[in-house]
Design a binder for this molecule. Structure first.
Ligand SMILES: [Fe+2]
Length: 283
């Protein structure tokens, strides 16, 4: 495993240790799915693991590592690459006995990958079936561990949901230090620079970029990634909270860290499909 170790010092009475992974992209289908999906499974498996079962092996390795060395496994989405019976059976079967903390990525709701405009209606269409495979709400979750409040918030389509904003505000009232987990990383100058200039992408795939920076995106990507006023207000609110001690995200498939607010750095983890993970020790 490619583990990046991260230490956070916030004055806990005893240390909390988390294994953070993201973007496993399980790409399985069987005869219960149609031929189009079976073909997609072959194509996507080729892309992520050269047609081997490496994604599954990296997931199992991470689970073993978390059980042996950490208090909890946290997964920030894209555990599955697309909705299929076999992928959801694997989630239930493999993760069913494990205590985990999970927040959804964009692929959790993807029926055929890139087939449609990914909006709230598209997400809602997949949600009931996908949600059944998981042990807690995959769009909003919180858990207190060792005096620390872990909060998972779905921003997988580059937007927040109003109901989740209210649920988050209720978490703040608990007054505990918060570690925030999201699928899509938030804009920082350094991360935008890495996405566009260093890595040469034509769009950054991060949430909350200033409009002028994304004006040159294709129309589709501009529409997809442009923040609403409500999103911007929520991001400003999150950044104003000194209770938030760190943000952990995935989605980009490479490691990155940069300062996000006065009190929190943002850490992006590489893809679990290639064995990357964060081991986070909070003291
Ligand atoms: Fe993603």
């Amino acid at each position: 495993m490619g583990i990046k170790k991260i230490g956070l010092h916030i004055g806990l009475q005893s240390p909390v240790k988390l294994l953070h992974i993201s973007d496993t992209h399980l790409s399985f289908a069987d005869s219960r799915d149609d031929a189009r999906k079976q073909k997609l499974a072959e194509k996507r498996s080729q892309l992520f693991e050269n047609g081997t079962h490496a994604c599954l092996i990296h997931l199992l390795n991470a689970m073993d590592y978390a059980v042996e060395h950490c208090d909890l496994l946290v997964h920030t989405g894209d555990l599955i690459d697309f909705v299929s019976y076999r992928n959801l059976d694997l989630v239930k079967g493999i993760m069913g006995d494990l205590d985990y903390f999970f927040v959804a990525g964009n692929h959790e709701f993807s029926k055929y990958v890139g087939e449609a405009v990914e909006d709230e209606a598209y997400k809602q269409d997949s949600l009931p079936l996908v949600q059944q495979a998981f042990k807690h709400d995959i769009r909003f979750c919180s858990r207190v561990v060792g005096g620390l409040n872990l909060v998972g918030l779905d921003n997988s389509y580059y937007h927040f949901n109003r109901e989740h904003i209210e649920l988050f505000k209720a978490e703040v009232l608990k007054g505990l230090p918060i570690i925030l987990f999201v699928h899509n990383p938030f804009y920082t100058e350094e991360l935008f620079d890495e996405c566009i200039r260093v890595r040469g992408n034509s769009y950054a795939s991060i949430m909350g970029c200033p409009d002028d920076l994304i004006a040159g995106y294709s129309k589709d990507r501009f529409e997809q990634q442009r923040a609403t006023n409500e999103d911007r207000a929520m991001i400003d609110y999150l950044k104003s909270l000194s209770l938030i001690k760190a943000v952990f995200a995935g989605h980009l498939h490479y490691f990155h860290e940069s300062q996000w607010s006065d009190t929190a750095r943002q850490y992006v983890v590489g893809g679990n499909f290639s064995g990357d993970a964060h081991e986070i020790v909070i003291t």
